[in-house]
Design a binder for this molecule. Sequence first.
Ligand code: RNT
Ligand code: ZN
Length: 429
Amino acid sequence: MGKGLSAVTKVQQQVEKSYIQAKETYAKWGVDTDQVLEKLANIAISIHCWQGDDVSGFEGAEELTGGIQVTGNYPGRARTPDELRQDLEKALSLIPGKHKVNIHAIYAETKGEKVERDELEPRHFQNWVDWAKELGIGLDFNPTFFSHPLSDDGFTLSHADPKIRQYWIDHGKASRRIAEYFGKELGITSVNNVWIPDGYKDIPVDRYSPRQRLNEALNEVFSEQLSAEYVLDAVESKLFGIGSESYVVGSNEFYLAYAVKNNVLLCLDAGHFHPTEVISNKISAALTFLDQILLHVSRPVRWDSDHVVILDDETQAIMEEIVRGDFLERVHIALDFFDASINRVAAWVIGTRNAQKALLKALLEPTEQLKTMELEKDYTSRLAILEELKTYPWGAVWDYFCLQQGVPVKERWLDVVKQYEKDVLLKRG
Ligand code: RNT
Ligand code: ZN
């Protein structure tokens, strides 16, 4: 038999063989795995750049404020735009499919010049645009309402001081123009998401006035008519933050009502609710009244801790809701986590691949048959089949997808990350 097959070819053959078997298994339920993989390949997940540098940005900020927190001091944090993009590229090369990259205003490149956030312009993000063009991917955007002297007392768009409020309104406006530029230049709609940290540590006396101010400030931010082909606006609610434990101005009720009234997207972050409250159960409610929503897929551990997304029940439930409701065109899936205690490139790869695995499992479900069982009140079959499907060979379909998309199968991506750590990350000092 001579030298035999190379290790790579053997893996390929094994993956292909297992896929053919899995394909047959799913075909019995009328599920076409080839079609499923085509669908999966077209779902762009918005990958947040801020996992790569612990939400530092390039303004030279000493501190992350706004009641969010990054813990850990794993070596290799990206310190410059080029390092961050290099790391992102490494991660993207290990994630199947084509995705988007999500950036924040603090990732502007101003060539050493001090540019206030209310004066940011598309040109300050030209390097990001050129880079995204080269990769053929879209960019999403977020105005940054934290880590800034004018947000230090915990208020921005709802600030009682009109001058400070105006600064943040102008930052919001500037951000929309930047996102619009992304949409135009890249030919892929950019989602511009507004999250503000505003709130009180202790019990407020006046909960109403800050909300009235926020409402008016948002109206100003969104007053300029921009084409939805280029930019979509979103507002992100939150229950509490570090330092805003008692009251957050932009609560869920506030933004749900605001989004419905003003036809903007609602952003649901998995970590922004009471511990037993889940966003998977909110998607269908929001989409009854809204055209589109944005998700921040994250993993809260006891609090809004922004742990790396794993393949847990809630991530699965989120993707099931999107697929079962036929909401893929109406839900923008973004990631939002930041863990500095592990390799940051690995964090992106783990989190994104897990979101995709959950999507794949959902896409492999015989949804129509399950809906029929439900309508016929055959809850026995519904539960039985849902449970049996959990051990169906979706892993073989996943492996085949990775092979098809030219990224490492199973944990082989980890070797690449470890090598990159040695060659690049550890040399950053
Ligand atoms: C904070 C929000 C917000 C941020 C990013 C950095 O609680 O989740 O989305 O995580 O904008
Ligand atoms: Zn978020």
